[in-house]
Design a protein around this ligand. Structure first.
Ligand SMILES: Nc1ncnc2c1ncn2[C@@H]1O[C@H](COP(=O)(O)OP(=O)(O)OP(=O)(O)O)[C@@H](O)[C@H]1O
Ligand SMILES: [Mg+2]
Length: 479
């Protein structure tokens, strides 16, 4: 992952080309007509415009002058748009680059966005489309120069005000969010439980061009597989017992918007094959129906598993993995960004105060103590700890001892080596299932009812944990 380009931008950049009323734009294209028409259009809109016929002469122009926006073709002889993009980032990181691509070469545009381009335009484009995109790029350029990226105004504008964090790790995440949001690229968000995956998925949506269309979340671990299929793809009337009416699935609900598929690692190979087909073909089939329905949906998936390992262990389809992880986004665990802890704590406390009309504050030593914890439950654990402390502490000041952070460690003595939360959860699940197997005489139906999960989920979990029916330790061994 590149260290975030926006991170090092000074609060006020002297000599900014954006200081004037209208911005300065460099139009780069080897096709003379295209270049000239675009330049005229922008001049008429009041921009100061210069032209360059290829990447090399554009780089020369950039060394002589400051530009707010560079509008460049991607495919050009010798120095192409990608090389120019890299050169702009080195020479003038706050200059916004918009790449123009020919119809059908969208992959290269996505690649450019991954490298840090602000936006892309697909040729042929309409006049007002260019104007809108350039104006947006210019606005971002201005905000970058005038305010810190993490100032409130900027965050609000880009729908990021709910995401608290200034650590380099979080800035990197936000930087990537801003860069991939305008593309339709599929994003795979990974991170431990409670790190903020859903929050980031929502930010991707509100920052994207689909913001005024629905954001539809679905949690694959929460429902049985059959139900999940009909939830996502919909079903025909009479497709199964109880299907008295035809129903649209969430894919159709999300049309034009974003479908957030959470806990994707929990799905079965059969379901994965079906999802892959839907993504590849851009169309779905309702359960029990043969004619396809076209859908235009951006998919964001999330997982708290190491999906690469699941692929290696053949629990997850490799082709689907690559289809989903066009842009991988890893949310670091809270222990890797402890400098965000006091900010987050203050944020949760503020929210508590707003809700209850209170004025609780956290003492400095309490904040310091919070930074010594390793937060296996991540931001959610911190959120709960703060809420609890605020609710229970009778005084206005919340001291270190008021915050309960000795999370339950599954009965392990504190001196034992640390396990990850995922390992701890697996261990707890294994014990619960093994105990239930003994208690319920291996009756899987009874066990799933007792454990409050579907039999499919039980079966999937047992497979993952390597528990076989009939081969399991007795209660004495399990503990
Ligand atoms: N950077 C952050 N700023 C503010 N709140 C946050 C941040 N990260 C997480 N939270 C809060 O922590 C809680 C957990 O976040 P979220 O549900 O997005 O995590 P998750 O990674 O999807 O977790 P899980 O894997 O358990 O589903 C939410 O209440 C969310 O609002
Ligand atoms: Mg979640």
């Amino acid at each position: 992952m590149r260290s975030g380009r926006m991170v090092d931008i000074p609060e006020r950049s002297p000599g900014s080309a954006a200081a004037g009323a209208c911005g300065k734009v460099l139009v780069v294209d080897d096709q003379k007509n295209m270049r000239a028409t675009t330049a005229i259009l922008l001049r008429q809109a009041g921009y100061r415009v210069e032209e360059a016929e290829d990447g090399a002469s554009a780089i020369q122009r950039l060394q002589q002058d400051a530009f707010d926006v560079v509008l460049t073709d991607l495919r050009m002889p010798s120095t192409d748009g990608m090389e120019l993009l890299r050169a702009v980032q080195r020479a003038s990181p706050e200059t916004q680059v918009i790449v123009m691509t020919a119809y059908g070469t969208i992959e290269s545009a996505v690649e450019a966005i991954r490298l840090g381009a602000h936006d892309f335009l697909e040729k042929p484009f309409k006049e007002d489309e260019v104007l809108v995109r350039v104006a947006k790029a210019l606005e971002k350029r201005r905000l970058l120069c005038e305010v810190n990226l993490f100032a409130d105004e900027f965050r609000k504008r880009y729908g990021l005000e709910h995401i608290v964090g200034r650590s380099p790790a979080m800035r990197d995440v936000l930087d990537r969010v801003l860069r991939v949001a305008p593309t339709d690229a599929t994003v795979l968000i990974s991170g431990e439980s409670g790190t903020g995956k859903e929050l980031v998925a929502r930010a991707l949506h509100v920052t994207s061009r689909r913001a005024d269309r629905p954001f539809v979340p679905v949690n694959c671990a929460a429902i049985t597989e059959t139900l999940l299929e009909s939830e996502l793809f919909g079903h025909a009337r009479g497709a199964f017992t109880g299907a008295t009416r035809a129903r649209r699935g969430l894919f159709e609900e999300a049309d034009g918007g974003t479908l957030f598929i959470d806990e994707i690692g929990e799905t079965s190979p059969g379901f994965q094959a079906r999802l892959l087909r839907a993504l590849q073909e851009g169309e779905i089939r309702r359960v029990g129906e043969s004619s396809p329905v076209q859908v235009n949906v951006r998919v964001i998936a999330a997982t708290n598993q190491e999906l690469r390992r699941a692929v290696a262990e053949k629990r997850f389809r490799e082709d689907l993995f690559y289809r989903l992880a066009v842009v991988p986004l890893r949310i670091p665990p809270l222990r890797e960004r402890l400098d965000d802890v006091p900010l987050l704590a203050a944020h949760f406390l503020q929210r508590f105060n707003r809700r209850t009309g209170g004025d609780k504050v956290l003492t400095a030593e309490a904040a310091a103590r919070l930074m010594q914890h390793d937060w296996p439950g991540n931001v959610r654990e911190l959120e709960n700890a703060l809420e609890q402390a605020a609710a229970l502490c009778p005084a206005r000041e919340i001291r270190a001892d008021d915050v309960q952070i000795d999370v339950f460690r599954l009965g392990r003595p504190a001196a034992e080596p640390c396990v990850t939360l995922a390992e701890a959860v697996e261990e707890a699940e294994r014990r619960a299932i093994q105990a239930a197997l003994t208690r319920c005489a291996q009756d899987l139906g009874r066990i799933s009812r007792e454990l409050g999960i579907s039999s499919t989920t039980l079966w999937r979990k047992m497979k993952r944990l390597g528990i076989e029916v009939g081969v399991h330790p007795g209660p004495g061994d399990a503990s």
